[in-house]
Design a binder for this molecule. Structure first.
Ligand code: TK8
Length: 345
């Protein structure tokens, strides 16, 4: 059991949250952008400023400010302005310009986004890139407009792996009764229930404290997040479950976006796409580095290919169970698109 102590990271995150400042931006301010006045764009993410996602929004800021004098991009990390779900709601209200959440909280607004939470469906990064950068990804982006959101680019959170502070997890049976935090997403909840765990949905901003206080035994996230959020301070065990690939998606408030000129929109979109390529590259490099660091600071347990098969078989009914709530047609399109990509690999 890891010694539980209050981490400096949490103190600074809470301090920053306190001075996150006002979050309003008036329509007239935004309209200023189209008549030449400098416009402030605020970008909010949930992970901290060591994460490859923060490197991505730094790259976005650099690219936009190099291409035009119309915008001043301000970066906020560690959920200072809000967690994924509240940041999405602020974009819908026009009180925040940009956020880059995991796709999973989006199911609360657009059920079809649940396809990305279907366990063990995306096998590797090449499949993810081809799926998201192709027709299927474009189709998913069009669904955002009805929710007052504009999707500009697919970024990468990555393959999710399990940590916990109770026992090594090598088999499905080892999960029995573990209190696992999940994102606010019914498919994740049902998948961990099917595996015998006891899942709890929770915003990412509350996770470190919940693990520190023992409210939850464990969580699941990509290696960069586990490493750079200092989860090894409050978690003993880590397993290469690789159970879901989660995209990050670069979202703009539609209310604000619609007030910009086509030229401004082109600059913002191009910068989000280019910064996304950089984010993916950095995320893959950092994931390898983070895994090596985590093998030093935590007890790593290998999930064998045979056991991965058992994990997949155990959660298969969840895909059927949620096909209707997500939408049978989009689930079929998703799985068919992946099959075609894999067949041509
Ligand atoms: C960060 C979140 C997070 C996600 C989660 O904004 O909630 O576990 O994986 O990293 O999107």
């Amino acid at each position: 059991m890891k010694k539980k102590f209050f981490s400096l990271v949490m103190v600074s995150a809470l301090f920053l949250a306190a001075c996150g400042g006002e979050t309003t931006s008036s329509g007239s301010e935004k309209a200023a952008a189209s008549n030449g006045e400098k416009q402030t764009l605020r970008v909010s993410i949930g992970v901290n400023n060591e994460h490859p996602e923060y490197e991505g929004i730094e790259k976005f800021k650099e690219l936009v400010e190099a291409k035009t004098d119309d915008f001043d991009v301000e970066l906020y990390h560690s959920g200072q302005i809000g967690d994924d779900r509240s940041a999405i709601e602020m974009l819908q209200l026009g009180s925040l310009d940009i956020t880059v959440p995991s796709t999973s909280p989006l199911v609360n607004f657009i059920p079809e986004y649940g396809v990305f939470d279907l366990p063990f469906t995306i096998a590797n990064e090449e499949v993810a890139d081809e799926l998201l950068d192709g027709e299927f990804g474009d189709k998913m982006i069009t669904m955002l407009e009805d929710q007052s959101l504009v999707g500009l680019a697919w970024w990468e959170n990555g393959f999710r792996n399990l940590t916990n502070d109770v026992r090594p997890v090598a088999t499905v049976e080892d999960l029995n009764g573990l209190k696992i935090r999940t994102m606010e997403n019914a498919i994740h909840l049902d998948a961990w229930k099917a595996l015998g765990a006891n899942p709890t949905p929770m915003a990412f901003t509350e996770l470190f404290t919940a693990m520190q206080q023992g409210t939850v035994d464990g969580q699941e996230n990509p290696y960069p997040t586990i490493d750079l959020s200092q989860f090894s301070e409050v978690q003993e065990h880590i397993s290469n479950t690789n159970h879901v690939y989660t995209p990050f998606i670069f979202l703009f408030s539609k209310q604000i976006w619609d007030e910009f000129t086509p030229e401004q929109q082109d600059i913002l979109r191009e910068s989000a796409v280019e910064a996304g390529k950089y984010n993916r590259e950095r995320n893959r490099t950092v994931a390898k580095e983070s895994l090596e660091k985590l093998k030093e600071s935590m007890t790593f347990t290998e999930v064998t290919p045979e056991e991965h098969e058992r994990f997949q078989t155990t959660v298969k009914p969840v895909i059927k169970q949620h096909a209707d709530s997500i939408g049978a047609d989009i689930v079929d399109e998703y799985l068919t698109a992946i099959d075609e990509i894999v067949a041509n690999q």
